[in-house]
Design a protein. Sequence first.
Length: 488
Amino acid sequence: MLTQEQVKNIKWYRQSGAGIPLCIGMPFLGIAIMDKVSGFHYPNDLGTFLKTEKGFTFYHYFDYFLTLEQVKNIFYTLQKDPGHFAELKEKFYKAGPKMEAEGLAILEKSVFSAEFQQGYQKMYNYTMDFWGNSLYVDLMDPFEIQVIDFIFGERKKEVNKAELNILMSPDELSNYQKQQAELLELEKVAQEKGIESTEVANGAKELSRKYYWLKNDYEKVEFLDDNYFLNEIKRLMANPQEVATIASGLQKSRELQTAKKQIIAKYKFAAKLVEHLNFFNWVTTLRDDRKKYNQISNYVLIKTIEKIAEESGIDLELLKYAMPNEIIQIINKDAKILAELEKRANLGLIVFADTIEVLEVYSGKIAKEYFDIIESTIAASEIKGTTASPGKVIGTARIILSQHDFDKMKPGDIIVASMTRPEYVPIMKIALAIVTDEGGITSHAAIVSREMNIPCITGTQVATRSLQDGDLIDVNADHGLVKIVKRA
């Protein structure tokens, strides 16, 4: 555990967002084992959780300069042993579906049954597999310049920003886009054969099977059943303009792939450069698939504590402070763990994860003390980040920390968020621009903003804390700068 004096002397990179300790605890547990699993780690890693009127906010910090050394190690490994990442990829994609199957199966059983507890442990182990084998990609978020240098070397001088954005776009549609494409196809069937046709009913069931998790996040989950998708089809049938907008967005993504091939041919890039470019394109797809499995994992975790609360009488709000590896002890009413949950609920908590393979969890005022010290070192005199999608606009800032804030967004507002996730896409469609605290060129905000052709700046670290709802702001994504024109 770092001392408070050590904490003062570290340059921190911050990630943050809304989420209950239980759900955020899973990737933190993955961080604790990732060095053993993947050979890379988050140096001096820690996280704090704060409870607000709207819910939980988590803050994840890691050492900027030591992380750069980890990124250099990733580059070195990619040069010398690209098969290492192929192995990590294979393990990740094996773990995700197994986690989903075990997780959904245990929700049909009593938490006190041996089947539930054995199944939960399997689900937990598979979740650790997909986190441990994929978390290394997030290490590169603060280092866009280094990533671009690694891919293109001296040839980056030949490529303009617009071409660079196209080259860094993913090779596949995102899971959200795939769902949108399938929804449009089913809408066509409904127009031809009627909303009550067997084909539409079966199609809606298939959409639910594949995308029931789409609206889940780190604190709120919802199972999207076939009726949800039937209602979505009805809504689209009554809104031809929205159908056209979705179709146009999908077409633009496909056109980007053609444009990418044309740019590669134009510059006659060497095979090794294209290989590295393909790796980082694939990283974007990996992150999107991990979001999917994470949203499924969150669904299982939250439904699990709801079952525990119902069957054991333990307060549901208290269970939100549990770490996922404590669930079996809680079911067995371990007095020590239950007392610890009370302390966390009353006094807050902080977690430490590095290369120790065990997550250190502390409750009490220490969490707020560390939070205050670290945040004081991150203060900035200007809001500056990385250009994810170019453009210049002036508009009204809306601080979006979770789905609870979505109602604040009006067409033409600017999203200011810690990060964006697939459930943010509906409000991203009406946004004038996007500004985030974290993320890089392979982040969700970067990819979606390029698809929608709206300005986006990522990695500011301070936007959600420096700006206020209603501020009139100037977003110059060409230069990665945000200026306050007029305070709310």
